[in-house]
Write a new protein. Structure first.
Length: 285
């Protein structure tokens, strides 16, 4: 008999017996837990749990879902059961910088990122050859202030036609409209630099060099209607010093950005991230 791995996630109001509601049923069905995380947020009074378990060929997931539904309803649980080999469809949006896109495509190619990529959307032609090399459809949709609404309507149509479950802004250098942000809230991930102190506008790394910053980092977060202020998924930071010129800071920043974004996408795809108001609960591996 062959083993299959599954992920069971749930969240609900904080109540006595929530862990047993999950682990107890797994035990009753002789399903072996290979990884287990739980967290009870005292402030929001919400409980979160994620369980990896393995099954053999005798496992009937439909029967298990029906059994778990009875328990989940008693605790007002929002829950999901998914095999680990499930490959969600992810649409990637990008402008000219290729470092984040390159890493996502490579991790996808070697199987480290278990996703399908039905479309890449860009407002520039620069990365079309890269998409073609990976045999992924590339949609070039130029944008101006006058065509923004029309361009975003095209973007949204591609996302819908692709049956995308996640949208990734891999250095897409356009500010999304309020309407688009509301459509994508909670299921689109963005990446941006995290420089201390914060530098906005053109050439942030040059601004950072002029101020002599000592750390460079990046933040990956879900999109909401507040620019760059959505719930944070992953953050990375590394020290730099006086020997780093602007070009060195840019290179360091790009490296951190690609790693931070790819990790955030992987955590989302592996169902390690739970939205908790404007915060997240992240069960890192």
């Amino acid at each position: 008999m062959s083993d299959t791995q599954w992920i069971l996630t749930a969240q609900c109001p904080s109540r006595l017996g929530t862990i047993d509601a999950v682990t107890g049923l797994l035990y009753q069905n002789q399903l072996y837990i290979t990884e287990l995380h739980s967290f009870d947020d005292c402030n929001s009074q919400r409980f979160f749990i994620r369980a990896n378990f393995r099954s053999d060929d005798r496992f009937d997931d439909k029967t298990f879902r029906n059994e778990f539904l009875e328990r989940a309803n008693r605790f007002e649980m929002q829950w999901e059961l998914r095999p680990t080999n499930y490959r969600p469809k992810v649409v990637i949006m990008v402008s000219k910088f290729d470092h984040c896109l390159n890493d996502l495509l490579y991790q996808h190619k070697i199987g480290a990122l278990n996703i399908e990529i039905p479309a890449i959307i860009s407002n520039h032609p620069d990365l079309e050859d890269l998409a073609r090399w990976y045999n992924i459809p590339y949609h070039r949709l130029p944008i101006t202030a006058d065509t923004k609404a029309q361009q975003e309507a095209q973007v949204w149509q591609i996302i819908q036609d692709s049956n995308a479950e996640l949208v990734v802004l891999a250095r897409y250098m356009q500010v999304l409209s309020s309407d688009m942000c509301q459509k994508l809230e909670g299921w689109a991930i963005n990446i941006h630099h995290s420089l201390l102190p914060g530098f906005k506008g053109a050439k942030p790394y040059h601004q950072a060099w002029e101020k002599g910053v000592k750390t460079v980092g990046a933040t990956a977060h879900y999109i909401n209607d507040d620019l760059d202020e959505g719930p944070i998924i992953t953050q990375e930071i590394e020290p730099v010093d006086h020997s780093y010129y602007p070009e060195d800071l840019i290179a360091k920043g790009r490296d951190i950005e690609r790693m931070t974004l790819t990790r955030a996408v992987r955590y989302h795809v592996e169902q390690r991230v739970f939205l908790n108001g404007n915060r997240t609960v992240v069960f890192a591996d």
